[in-house]
Design a protein around this ligand. Structure first.
Ligand code: SAH
Length: 336
């Protein structure tokens, strides 16, 4: 007989989100919006907080024009006009074929698309009459900081436009989607989230690596390696792998050396399989299959964007990768 569970304690009351932790530049809008001011007043506080130029006050509580560096002037909608709607859309890992039908629908009805660098880029045919603004972080291209992107979303929506923010993967997986949703909600702008195919699952699949597999791996842990993993992260990743699970590391190229060293220092086997998949679903996708003990040699050339998968599931990659895995195992044997 299964043990009787004790009743769950009551949930604490929900508290409003901690806007204070937001980007400083955004505090004004959120504070104003949460204080119950009108949408326009809220947005007007945004403009003054971030060093963005905005035209002199119109005399009413309506916002003036915004001037975004590299983008131009955004005029406010005529008084009494309903603000536009914002769609935070997951664009999948980069191939247009992995856009959802809903994403395509949103693109076709948008006035403006704010395009992330990891989202599919060749979307013009889905959005023929749409202004497309690249806000991604491609090296050498104009970079729009996140605080400006949020203001841009608000300013465009307040100017009456239907805005699509097209993000790589899923907006809620390391995508800052929740922040943008909060900013819209706080400013009284209707905002919808459209999930996307997350690279955390889809990019391993591009190398035929399943993140779970019956009798091999029954769980997976997804981590950000944007900053070097701390002890608690490494303990959690090591515990996942020891329990037979899969580790999936995003944004982890720069810190890969310290991740691998941290796992080895926690007693993980040299032969633990791992794979990096660079530029998944692009023509120059590259898959490197190796083991922890040979990662330093094999992953030296890996470049972002890439995903690293750790665990036994890597053995179920395609045949040519099986061969690679056998080779690296020999390397580790010779070097340990
Ligand atoms: N929201 C996104 C993740 C954003 S974080 C999602 O759900 O997929 C950005 C990281 O995602 C990159 O640094 C990289 O680790 C990973 N990534 C996204 N697209 C990728 C691709 N096509 N190939 C390899 N890695 C990718």
């Amino acid at each position: 007989m299964s043990p009787v569970r004790p009743p769950l304690p009551p949930l604490p009351p929900l508290s409003p989100r901690a806007f204070a932790s937001f980007d400083e530049a955004h505090g004004g809008a959120i504070a104003a919006a949460s204080a119950g001011l009108s949408t326009v007043q809220a947005a007007s506080s945004v403009s003054s907080a971030d060093g963005l130029t905005h035209a002199p006050d119109t005399g009413s509580d309506r916002i003036g024009s915004y001037v975004f560096p590299g983008i131009g002037v955004i005029e406010p909608a005529p008084e009494g006009t309903k603000p536009g709607t914002v769609y935070l859309v997951g664009g999948g890992p980069g191939s247009v074929e992995l856009l959802t039908l809903k994403a395509v629908q949103c693109l076709s009805s948008a006035d403006v698309v704010l395009l992330d660098h990891l989202a599919p880029q060749d979307i013009a045919s889905f959005a023929p009459n749409t202004q497309i603004i690249e806000v991604g972080k491609n090296p050498g291209k104009h970079v729009v900081p996140q605080s400006h992107i949020q203001q841009l979303i608000l300013a465009l929506a307040l100017s009456g436009k239907t805005v699509v923010r097209l993000k790589g993967g899923d907006p809620f997986v390391f995508g800052r989607g929740a922040e943008e949703l909060d900013a819209c909600t706080a400013a009284g702008i209707e905002c919808h989230v459209v999930p996307g195919v997350s690279s955390a699952i889809a990019v391993p699949a591009a190398a035929s690596i399943p993140v779970t597999m019956r009798k091999v791996s029954h769980m997976f842990t997804v981590l950000s390696g944007h900053s070097a993993l701390n002890d608690a992260d490494l303990d959690a990743l090591a515990a996942t792998l020891r329990a037979g699970g899969t580790g999936v590391l995003l944004m982890g190229v720069r810190t890969l050396g310290s991740t691998v060293a941290g796992l080895l220092a926690r007693g993980l086997d040299d032969y633990t399989p791992m794979a990096t998949i660079e530029r998944g679903y692009s023509e120059d996708q590259r898959v490197t299959v190796t083991v922890l003990g040979a990662a330093e040699r094999d992953c030296a050339q890996v470049q972002a964007p890439a995903i690293t998968v750790f665990g036994e599931v890597v053995r179920y990659a395609r045949d040519d990768q099986q061969r690679l895995l056998a080779e690296v195992s020999d390397y580790v044997k010779d070097h340990s």
